[in-house]
Design a protein around this ligand. Structure first.
Ligand code: GCB
Length: 597
């Protein structure tokens, strides 16, 4: 047996078709059959599955069973989907590379219309094979994607996914991050069917809070030409039923006034069940549903305006991680994080540094929390590489498509702490423009760096942002507070500024004499106190977002106290103990809230 396939050539074969935002289908209200559960699994460091085309299952063993070479997928170990493989077994903890997932499933054979597979997320490259066919490649470790499987389905099916979380220079994020890049299919997988012509997207938002004008945009998929169809949008609770004829391209923009609408807000997160039907000659062909809040978000000078009123973003940053589940967080994990944030008097979460599960925005809609969502254009990125830009744009588009209808999401962030070079400027400007084109109902931001030489808030990207996010660690990485005082006094931003990160390490002091040593919780508390005093004096600061709610794993932090964790949390990684700085923020936010009333 000789495997002499050229090293890279075998991979080229698996590049297209690309599964990108174009293939994404709206699933709200559709019946999805879950393929979560136990899947067969093997790490595949050498990419054997792709090189030797195991997915063809061509070999036959003595029982006449088709197997990949001398192994059967069904004999492999089983691991749960969704999950990160790193936490399934200690020997997988540091594994980074390709791994093969496989499962069988039955399908009842009725395939009028189209059938799709939907993946919530798989890190980072995911190649999907069904019954021996390569169906496509998805790039990006935290956004959802759909694959049409209609013509490949049989009664008994074999699904294979090669998921590869290798860090590469040209990816988003690139090779160096301050968080753990877990591997695996770590969000749900499902199967759903739609009719021949179907509703592909439904984007709903409120145009004006005073007029209560609602806008719905619809697009169909399936047929190549659409004639004579009609879209009917309804909000049963308000007895609203509005219809519009679809153009030949299968799209329509519907606007109407809903006078009786109660706005969604932090204090009163009112949601409505909505429904959109596609009809042809009076017959309902397809229907989707969602549960939607209606609010507006805009800026006025240095202020952020929610439903016509200024709002201060009392925030905290959050990574998608728990000790037990890694990135494959549960709804309960999310609820616990919300409880902690609310205890600190937060009304806002920055979901750092990549798209978190869609459950976060769904639950935030219910709980009245405002969200900043971000794509992982983090630190250094291969900014001059067009392939990298295409990947970033696609991740942004997939995120916007997924969460367009979530009232809680008020900001799209196009990146974090990127060096202010020409390449970066062009790259990120294009991302900001893409976000604006896709969604006029939200604000665009990025977490920028301060100009540390001239001591000013100044970044060429500002021009393309609605909110200037800026990260600063005065008191910590740079102990000189005076610099921050100068920066805040010297800067005259014309837009609202959100301190999108600040903070310091905080390890548990174990005895009296440990107090106030560098990195202790006591020092962390003092840094917070000093920061908060400055924020109070700076009127253009319209939000503060400390780094970070919980301590979390990161391979970057190898110090004696850090032990593989970023320990800037306001709460320990087990989520059990609040550090003293938590109380500083809690009091500050309490004051802000009182002043707002
Ligand atoms: C930052 C990064 C964040 C890091 C943090 C830190 O500026 O945006 O991802 O984890 O600082 O702890 O240094």
């Amino acid at each position: 047996f000789v495997d002499n396939i050229h090293n890279e050539a075998y991979k080229d074969y698996y590049l297209a078709p690309v599964l990108d935002a174009e293939s994404y289908v709206f699933t709200g209200g559709r019946r999805e059959v879950s393929l979560d559960g136990s899947w067969n699994f093997s790490v595949d460091m050498y990419d054997n599955c792709l090189r030797a085309k195991w997915f063809l299952e061509e070999e036959t063993n003595s029982e006449g069973r088709k197997v990949p070479l001398d192994y059967g997928f069904d004999d492999w170990e089983e691991i749960p989907v969704p999950a990160v493989w790193n936490l399934v077994k200690p020997e997988y903890f540091y594994y980074e590379g390709p791994a093969v997932y496989s499962r069988r499933f039955l399908f009842d054979g009725k395939t009028e219309g189209h059938v799709f597979l939907r993946f919530g997320a798989a890190a980072y490259e995911a190649r999907v094979f069904l019954n021996g066919e390569f169906l496509g490649l998805h790039l990006g470790g935290s956004t959802p994607f759909c694959v049409e499987v209609t013509s490949y389905l049989k009664e008994e099916n074999r699904l294979i996914v090669v998921a590869d979380n290798t860090r590469r220079q040209d990816q988003i994020p690139s090779e160096n991050t301050d968080w753990f890049l877990y591997g695996g299919i770590y969000r749900g997988v499902s199967l759903f069917s739609v009719p021949d012509t179907y509703i592909k997207s439904m984007n709903v938002h409120l145009e004006g809070w005073r007029e209560k004008q609602v806008s719905v945009s619809v697009s169909l998929g399936g047929a190549s030409h659409y004639e004579g169809g009609e879209a009917v949008f309804s909000i049963p609770e308000l007895q609203i039923k509005e219809s519009i004829s679809l153009g030949p391209g299968g799209t329509a923009e519907l606007t109407f006034v809903a006078e009786a609408l109660s706005l969604w807000s932090v204090e009163s997160p009112k949601l409505y069940d909505v429904q959109l039907s596609y009809l042809k000659e009076g017959t309902v062909i397809d229907m989707v549903r969602d549960r939607i809040g209606f609010r507006t978000i805009e800026t006025r000078g240095n202020e952020i305006i929610l439903n016509g009123k200024p709002v201060f973003l009392r925030g905290v940053c959050l990574h998608e991680e728990t000790e037990e589940n890694g990135k494959a967080v549960t709804k309960e994990d999310i609820r616990n994080a919300f409880i902690k944030a609310k205890e600190m008097n937060c009304n806002f979460l920055r979901l750092a540094h990549y798209p978190h599960t869609e459950w976060v925005s769904q639950l935030a809609d219910e709980e009245g929390l405002l969200l900043w969502e971000e794509i992982p254009v983090y630190w250094w990125i291969d900014f001059s590489n067009p392939k990298t830009l295409a990947d970033a744009k696609n991740q942004l588009t997939e995120l916007i498509k997924r969460d367009y209808n979530r009232a809680s999401v008020i900001i799209w962030s196009v990146g974090n702490e990127n060096p202010d070079t020409d390449e970066r400027y062009h790259f990120m400007r294009e991302l900001a423009e893409t976000a604006r084109e896709l969604d006029k109902s939200r604000l665009i931001s990025a977490a920028c760096l301060v100009d540390a030489v001239n001591l000013k808030i100044s970044d060429r990207l500002e021009e393309h942002l609605d909110i200037i996010g800026f990260n600063e660690y005065y008191g910590w990485y740079d102990p000189d507070y005076q610099k921050l005082i100068t920066i805040l006094e010297e800067s005259k931003p014309e837009k609202p500024v959100v301190i999108s990160e600040f903070g310091a390490d905080g390890f548990a002091s174990t005895s009296e004499n440990m107090n106030k040593v560098r990195g202790s919780e006591e020092e962390q508390k003092e840094i917070y106190e000093m920061q908060v005093e400055l924020f109070k004096k700076t009127s253009y600061i319209q939000g503060t977002v400390p780094w970070i709610l919980f301590d979390y794993r990161t391979p970057k932090r190898l110090g004696a106290y850090q032990k593989g964790y970023n320990i800037k949390g306001l709460v320990t990684a087990d989520r059990k103990r609040e550090k003293p700085a938590f109380t500083v923020m809690k009091k500050f936010y309490e004051e802000v809230r009182k002043n707002e009333q």
